[in-house]
Design a protein around this ligand. Structure first.
Ligand code: ADP
Length: 288
């Protein structure tokens, strides 16, 4: 990033309604999610790696059964925010959360100390940048979480495998080799298997951390199509460094810079008529 751009961003950042404590729906414009149709609400969330404050007082809704994209230049805190949702930071020494992420409708604070991170991860699935299937069979990958929960019936497990693989648009390609190694799949198939594994436990939300950055364009298109279809059944939060991807597949977009939320809006508004100069500079490629 060049210095002028960074200086420009800094001066633009304080003018953000969503980051200054106004109700997210007010900051986000008419098409935005509000408290009544959000699956989660990020409330004055800050996060520290030791002394380093990587997230600064973020406020935004996560719309239910919609795709929300997190965009912004490298190092702005997108992955850090994503990882708060399933408590991925908990094992890191010095990691500290402030504020809350309230999961609706029960109003559980996902980053609350009293909330068990294992329970959180059962409800909020995650798909990583690099496909990471277990070195077991395709079927065993899918049933892992269900077996962990105590499901033993072979019939039930087989049904769940088919349902999750269908949900991840992989069933037709693998139905004849469910007991072969997952590691023999192509990169794109492996990523869809990881999505099936996440879907199998029927999560309320799935987090995607740059899920297509290691894939070729055809595999990328399949994953994008799949994510678009997934919102029929699950709430999606996705980090992407690819703005075209955010524009193609998301309903809402949050633009972050230096650990702050600069702007949250419907994707159509954010990409055509952003209210912050910093957002405009970023989406028009003036820096980053
Ligand atoms: P992005 O996903 O937008 O590229 P990150 O969330 O990875 O950004 O990083 C946000 C900030 O937190 C950066 O300054 C980065 O250096 C810092 N950071 C990320 N991970 C760690 C970590 N494990 N320990 C300490 N600092 C980290």
């Amino acid at each position: 990033m060049n210095v002028d751009a960074e200086a420009g961003m800094n001066s633009a950042a304080p003018a953000v309604e969503a980051a200054s404590g106004a109700p997210p729906s007010a900051a986000a414009g008419p098409a935005a999610a509000d408290d009544t149709n959000s699956r989660a609400l990020v409330r004055d969330l800050s996060f520290y790696y030791g002394a380093h404050k990587a997230l600064k007082h973020l406020n935004m809704p996560i719309a239910d059964k919609r795709v929300t994209a997190l965009i912004g230049p490298s190092g702005c805190g997108k992955s850090t925010l994503l990882r708060c949702f399933n408590r991925m930071h908990d094992l890191q020494p010095g990691a500290r959360y402030e504020g809350s992420i309230v999961l609706h409708p029960e109003n559980i604070d996902l980053v609350g100390r009293e909330v068990d991170p294992i329970d959180v991860r059962m409800r909020i699935g995650m798909v990583f940048q690099k496909p990471n299937p277990f070195p077991t069979s395709i079927a065993d990958n899918v049933t892992y979480g269900l077996r962990l929960r105590g499901m033993k019936s072979r019939v039930q497990l087989a049904g769940a495998v088919e349902q999750a693989l269908r949900g991840a648009a992989l069933w037709d390609e693998v139905k004849d080799r469910l007991h072969s190694s997952a590691l023999a799949l192509s990169g794109g198939q492996m990523q869809r298997l990881c999505i099936a594994r996440a879907l199998a436990t029927n999560p309320e939300m799935i987090l995607f951390d740059e899920p297509t950055s290691a894939l070729d364009p055809i595999a990328t298109a399949k994953i994008e199509e799949l994510i678009t279809a997934l919102r029929e059944q699950v709430t999606v939060l996705i980090v992407t460094h690819n703005m075209q991807q955010a524009a193609r597949i998301s309903d809402f977009t949050a633009f972050m810079f230096l650990g702050e939320l600069v702007e949250y809006a419907s994707t159509a508004k954010l990409f055509t008529n952003p209210s912050q100069k910093g957002t405009e500079d970023y989406i028009t490629g003036r820096y980053g």
